[in-house]
Ligand binder design. Sequence first.
Ligand code: NAP
Ligand code: ZN
Length: 365
Amino acid sequence: MTGKMKGFAMKRIGEVGWIEKDAPYCGPNDAIVRPLALSPCTSDIHTVYEGGIGERYDMILGHEGCGEVVEVGSEVKNFKVGDRVLVAAITPDWNSREAQAGYSMHSGGMLSGWKFSNFKDGVFGEYFHVNDADGNLALIPEGMDYGVACMLSDMLPTGFHAAELADVQFGDIVAVFGIGPVGLMATAAAALKGAGRLIVVDSRPERFEIALNYYGATDAVDFMKAPSEDQIMELTNGEGVDKVIIAGGDQRLFETAMKVLKPGGRIGNVNYLGTGDYINIPRVEWGAGMAHKNIFGGLMPGGRLRLEKLARLIQFGKVDPGHMLTHKFYGFEGVEDALELMRTKPEGLIKPVVYMDKDHTKNVK
Ligand code: NAP
Ligand code: ZN
């Protein structure tokens, strides 16, 4: 593409604003996409306001969105101009050695599959660039709302990865700490993977309601009322839980998790620890290092196949991320207010979404 475009950017740590810059260049394996819907993420907040990945100047934010292809490179085989596409937040280089080893999200170095709003401009622009288009795009299924399609960029794949990392098995007692949109999707994933008892820990009533009504939670623990480890041990008659998923809070939750895990238990962490240098693991509860309690932490996997599989879960009614879309904006300018909502997290907010088209009837294909 040539010419200038508008984008909503991180100007430096602690400062955001609208900027103008060159429209992205399309290489032979790439695609340029015009957004149809966008959503800000808690990770954008860690990045801008906590400096979670270090300093960045005039970098367009955002890694959650779906869109329409406006240009494809000469080597792209599976997509053409006009296709409406899902785009994962993580867009690996599929021919890298890390991808060949099964860790595509770290292609090119640790966390380097995370390119949008990290190593290059994100999706909050009039156009955005997708590397390795054949590997990183998938078609939006017919009839899917574009806001729901945005949840396939990050919230659903990250939540589902949390349940994979925790290795949830049939009948497990699972505790999910933090049920923002990621934790809610992790709850849905743990339920689909057969959790027998599914305890969600948070303090926000609207999140409990959605987890219990739509995503398979069986018990709610309010960590503001009493230490969550005490409440979980009481609920389980001192037994503890088989698996813990961490999708919120801070490094102290690793201590809590070790206290409630049974020997042989496993922690699946997808939380982005935006501050602090170290994590304390309590020695005694960790069996002096011999309890077989393990931590698996990961960045979500991307990829076309993965996107298609996760989209199928929505298409055929296994999970509906639409329940999380509490705040809807119409028109590109809404990105600014939507991001601010993620920063202030007012009561009732789960996930904001911005439809690019001001006419909301056009937001389903
Ligand atoms: P969110 O909306 O902030 O949700 C986190 C929830 O955890 C909030 O409801 C929060 O409550 C709650 N919480 C805080 N302290 C807690 C505690 N001690 N025990 C239990 N719950 C607690 O965030 P999100 O958008 O769902 O994202 C979750 C995390 O995943 C973020 O750190 C995000 O950056 C990260 N992430 C990771 C990946 C990945 O690939 N690994 C991808 C996307 C996002 P309050 O709001 O009341 O504090
Ligand atoms: Zn995100």
